[in-house]
Design a protein around this ligand. Structure first.
Ligand code: PLP
Length: 434
């Protein structure tokens, strides 16, 4: 009788404390959390203000059901997020996957309410991760994870921009954003009357370790969606609320989606909560139609989760942590760039803010990935772990192999000296793995 962990049969250390950027196990061993767990813990572990917020709400009302009551923390959270990010309504669920499914169903409901019920399909991209529940995984171009599920209902069809290895074999700067134009071709092939939404991660996270699109790509997607009257859904589960140095990764191109999905950054790892933000166009129509919003789960709009998220927002705002993610993220990026300069086998760095991906390739001439049987990223992650550093393996996309990049994404308030130690330990881990 045991707890099922990812590697069955493997003995994991039991963590007994996590404070700031440091996790400690029962034997007193310490790790720098260089990946914020699963790129969630943006404000560091054990922040007293969040603990207090959770504790206060637990004492007032530990559970209220969404069809019976609103709660003060959920109302406040919705209003704060809408005002800050320019949206009209918010709804909260528990995980990023659920929020993705909620966003998709909201888009479909919008078109039903708009008198266009044939608009149901959702387009997504071949390098992407939108979650592990069936519909979210169906929309994900994360091939190692797709292999674990049977009977998925869809497959991503659109190219994800990856200028280093352009999927359309275009020359950089001469391509005129062929990857965005491919979206329009797919819309024309399927017929805009059948399409509800385009779902994108503005900066790709788990499946490609901080892959940033070429400038103008997101803007072009917005134009294409507008031209064909298709909703644009930004999956900011991983990037939202500061991870890339802006409140939303869409802000880097000044583009507004119709629906934004938030997750990891909203809960910062403290309590399961994710959410969607809907534009005035969507919420206005549903409200005017007096539509029922029947999506949700037992713990939707959970008051304690909302209290935790409000406290996380307080800290992000009070301590200017999004700005810090930009400045310290640039510092970390410079350190990582200097590190890979001396390493022929880790030649490519990508990312923004506090989200960096170190791509593991055999050399910087052929730029070919390590053979998949070497499990390159897992090997580096394991060496780093032994050295007291947590980094996150990104299942790769190169030739369908997995594990070709390592994600470095520490909490935004990690002290500079800890970032330096992080880079030193990662350097040693990479050397050991080579
Ligand atoms: N969307 C994105 C962009 C993600 O990175 C993830 C998780 O990594 C998800 C959705 C799914 O979130 P969760 O694991 O909370 O279900």
């Amino acid at each position: 009788m045991t707890l099922m962990m990812p590697r069955l049969g493997h003995v994991y250390p039991t963590a007994v404390s996590a404070i700031g950027s440091v996790v400690q196990d029962a034997a007193g061993r310490e790790w720098i959390d260089g990946s914020s767990g699963a790129i969630a813990c943006s404000i560091g572990h054990g922040h007293p203000h969040v603990l207090e917020g959770i504790h206060d709400q637990l004492q007032k009302a530990s559970f209220l059901y969404r069809t019976q009551f609103a709660s003060e923390p959920a109302l406040r959270l919705a209003e704060r997020l809408c005002v800050k990010l320019g949206y009209d309504a918010a709804f909260f669920v528990n995980s990023g996957s659920e929020a993705v499914e909620t966003a998709v169903r909201l888009a479909q409901q919008f078109w039903r309410e708009a008198g266009k019920p044939s608009k149901t399909q959702v387009l997504s991209r071949t390098i992407s991760y939108h979650g592990s529940t069936a519909a979210a995984l169906s929309l994900s171009g994360h091939w190692p994870r797709r292999r674990t599920a049977a009977a998925l209902t869809g497959t991503p069809t659109l190219p994800t921009p990856n200028c280093q290895r352009c999927p359309l074999r275009q020359k950089r700067d001469e391509c005129q954003l062929a990857c965005a134009n491919a979206v329009e071709q797919e819309i024309e092939r399927r017929g805009a009357d059948n399409i509800a939404a385009l779902l994108v991660e503005p900066i790709v996270g788990a499946s490609a370790a901080g892959l940033v699109p070429p400038e103008g790509y997101i803007k072009r997607l917005r134009e294409i969606c507008d031209r064909h009257d298709i909703l644009l859904i930004a999956d900011e589960v991983l990037t939202g609320l500061g991870r890339t140095g802006r409140w939303l990764a869409m802000d880097h191109e000044g583009v507004k989606a119709d629906i934004v999905i938030l997750g990891k950054g909203l809960n910062a790892g403290y309590f399961p909560i994710s959410g969607i933000l809907a534009s005035e166009r969507i919420n206005g129509l549903l409200t005017r139609n007096q539509a029922s919003f029947a999506l949700g789960h037992t713990h939707s709009n959970h008051p304690v989760a909302a209290a935790a998220a409000n406290a996380v927002l307080d800290i992000l705002e009070q301590d200017s942590l999004v700005e810090r993610a930009a400045t310290m993220g640039a510092y970390l990026g410079d350190r990582l760039r200097a590190m890979i300069d001396d390493m022929p086998f880790a030649t490519h760095l990508r990312g923004k803010g506090m989200l960096w991906g170190v791509e593991l390739v055999q050399d910087d001439i052929s730029y070919s990935p390590w053979p998949s049987e070497l499990n390159a990223a897992d090997t580096v992650v394991r060496h780093a772990f032994d050295l007291g550093l947590i980094v996150y393996p990104s299942s790769g996309f190169i030739n369908g192999t997995s594990g070709d990049a390592v994600i470095v994404a520490p909490p935004f308030n990690t002290p500079q000296a800890v970032l330096d130690t992080l880079v030193d330990r990662l350097t040693t881990a990479l050397e050991l793995a080579s």
